[in-house]
Design a protein around this ligand. Structure first.
Ligand code: FAD
Length: 530
């Protein structure tokens, strides 16, 4: 017999398996050594609202029957080597999951990726961090696994499609991620564990007869009238297929420019811009867990999520934390020389000294009148401009402009900066020389109010580092709501974060699956009619 029970446990009872078994068995009145009853956790979330941190756990109890597998979906990847291929541009989560779904549906995918395989990519990341050299084809955003590989690997999304999310998580587990991601309310994989998972996804594509081309950049489309027939790569190679899933991410500016040049409809998109803020993890733990200097051996590094409406010149905009990385590092995420962009990542144990988070202000198109003449590329031009300023002010290298938090609010250039996880180094600046007042003034107001939600958050023992400018795509590539096809170009499927339909690893993966399904369904139905 199987039953589900809800438990409120201490961190030790929830995170130490022996203590968990002992506690639950004692609560259920079972002997500790009863092998005929199996108990396991299937959902776990931390509740730190009261002074005593609790963990809410849902557990399954199997009495006199074997435990059902925790992964319950079955994936069938047949061999598809001889099919007409589906072209996928970009090997980020959207592209890789589009490829896997195509295989499940019996169609061969060709994934075309400008960057390198996940292992070779590491050398280019070291060059950015240590020598300030940005390779425009291989960096924190470009290369196998896309922007999601060297990241925190947070796997939560605001999407309400529970079944689809579970499917993506199970595929990750089937390719080497720990089963814990199926249990935690806020699962994450960690930057050290992601590369082998990404490599296993690629191997699955290859083993099933799909193709993955690295260091192959798409530079043009093969168009016949208003229909896409394939793509042209940088070396001149033409690749034709049954349709194109365009999953090139939010940083593929050359793709946005190509679409614009080819008069393929795109739109400027609101997005968000700001800074990354770094505190010590110890301070965030003290605030969130109400603990002393040490959060103890069981609780994970704490996180936070903050949001505030902030008014400047009578106009209200949201200011919010973004992609918070407990125990993580700030990383240089520029995709071209001459720009500074920061983002965050963390290892699976999240055991670093620092807590960092994006702190960004929503930017609407009416905030950018000076860029209106760039039409659909207005937000992109604004983004480029602030990234270039950050590079100038940082000292024309990957050294990033920074200011202590209270100094920033008090308009004082910091006389010294704090230790940081950002490897290329920091330079003390007045952040008002990097970001426009409609961003900095709202950040100032929000920082002060955030202290009311998290006492001690507003402190000169934290510093802001610029610029956090790649929060989402500055361009939207339109598509039909139902068919997901571009409204103007047949067989073109704008996909994932770059097209404006995802905001993280899981949502990009889900969108990749959906685009592959729709493209293949349309192809098969036209084949049947012929
Ligand atoms: P991408 O992952 O951007 O992939 C696009 C791919 O297309 C890239 O590999 C690129 O090289 C390739 N490409 C671009 N142009 C071309 C071309 N012309 N020809 C061929 N290939 C091309 N999200 C989370 O959910 N959790 C996190 O913890 C998290 N942390 C992050 C940390 C960092 C440092 C960064 C940069 C991002 C993080 N994100 C995180 C965001 C997440 O990575 C993205 O939302 C996600 O990767 C988007 O997936 P995508 O497939 O749409 O695009």
């Amino acid at each position: 017999m199987k039953k589900e029970i809800q438990l409120t446990l201490t961190p030790r009872e929830a995170f130490d398996e022996e203590a968990f078994q002992e506690t639950v068995r004692s609560r259920l009145g079972l002997p500790t050594s009863d092998a005929s009853t199996l108990i396991r956790q299937i959902r776990r979330s931390i509740d730190a609202r009261s002074r005593q941190v609790k963990v809410n756990v849902t557990a399954q109890v199997f009495e006199n029957e074997p435990a059902a597998p925790i992964r319950n979906l079955h994936f069938d990847y047949p061999f598809v080597g001889n099919e007409d291929p589906l072209i996928i541009i970009g090997a980020g989560p959207a592209g890789l999951f589009a490829a896997l779904r195509a295989i499940e549906l019996g169609v061969k995918p060709i994934v075309i990726e400008r960057g390198k395989d996940v292992r070779s990519r590491r050398r280019d990341l070291a060059a950015i961090n240590k020598e300030h050299i940005v390779n425009p084809e291989s960096n924190y955003c470009f290369g196998e696994g896309g922007a999601g590989t060297y990241s925190d690997g947070k796997l939560y999304t605001r999407s309400k499609k529970r079944g689809d999310i579970r499917r993506i998580l199970e595929i990750f587990v089937a390719h080497g991620a720990k089963e814990d991601i199926l249990i935690e309310a806020h699962p994450h994989i960690g930057t050290n564990k992601l590369p082998p998972v990404v490599a296993a996804l690629r191997q699955r594509i290859l083993d099933s007869g799909g193709e993955v081309l690295f260091e192959t950049k798409v530079v043009d489309f093969l168009l016949e009238g208003q229909e896409i027939k394939g793509v042209i790569c940088e070396g001149g190679e033409k690749i034709k297929g049954i349709g194109v899933v365009l999953a090139t991410g939010h940083s593929a500016r050359d793709i946005f420019q190509l679409l614009h040049r080819r008069e393929i409809q795109i739109e400027a998109k609101p997005f968000a811009v700001g800074v990354r803020i770094e505190h010590s993890q110890q301070l965030i733990d003290q605030i969130q867990y109400h603990c002393g200097a040490d959060r103890g051996p069981y609780l994970p590094a704490s996180s936070y999520s903050l949001v505030e409406q902030s008014t400047y010149q009578g106009i209200q905009r949201g200011v919010f934390s973004f992609c918070m990385c407990p125990g993580g590092f700030i990383v240089p995420s520029a995709t071209a020389p001459g720009e500074v962009v920061v983002n965050g990542m963390s290892p699976s144990r999240r055991d670093g000294r620092f807590a960092n988070s994006g702190m960004v202000v929503a930017v609407e198109l009416e905030d950018l009148p000076a860029f209106a003449s760039f039409g659909p590329l207005a937000s992109l031009r604004f983004q480029q401009e602030i990234e270039r300023k950050a590079w100038e002010m940082g000292g024309r290298s990957q050294t990033a402009p920074a200011q202590r938090m209270v100094d920033f609010v008090n308009r004082k250039v910091s006389t010294d900066l704090l230790p940081t996880s950002y490897q290329p180094g920091l330079r003390s600046v007045d952040m008002d020389t990097v970001l426009p007042p409609f961003i900095t003034e709202r950040l100032r107001m929000a920082f002060v109010s955030f202290d009311r939600k998290m006492r001690g958050y507003f402190t000169n023992d934290a510093q802001i580092i610029g610029v956090e400018s790649r929060t989402s795509s500055p361009v939207k590539i339109p598509r039909d709501r139902e068919t997901l096809e571009h409204p103007q170009i047949k067989r073109l499927y704008p996909c994932g974060e770059g097209a404006g339909y995802a905001g993280g690893i899981v949502s990009a993966a889900m969108d990749g699956e959906r685009c592959a399904e729709k493209l293949i369904a349309k192809y098969k139905s036209t084949q049947e009619k012929q």
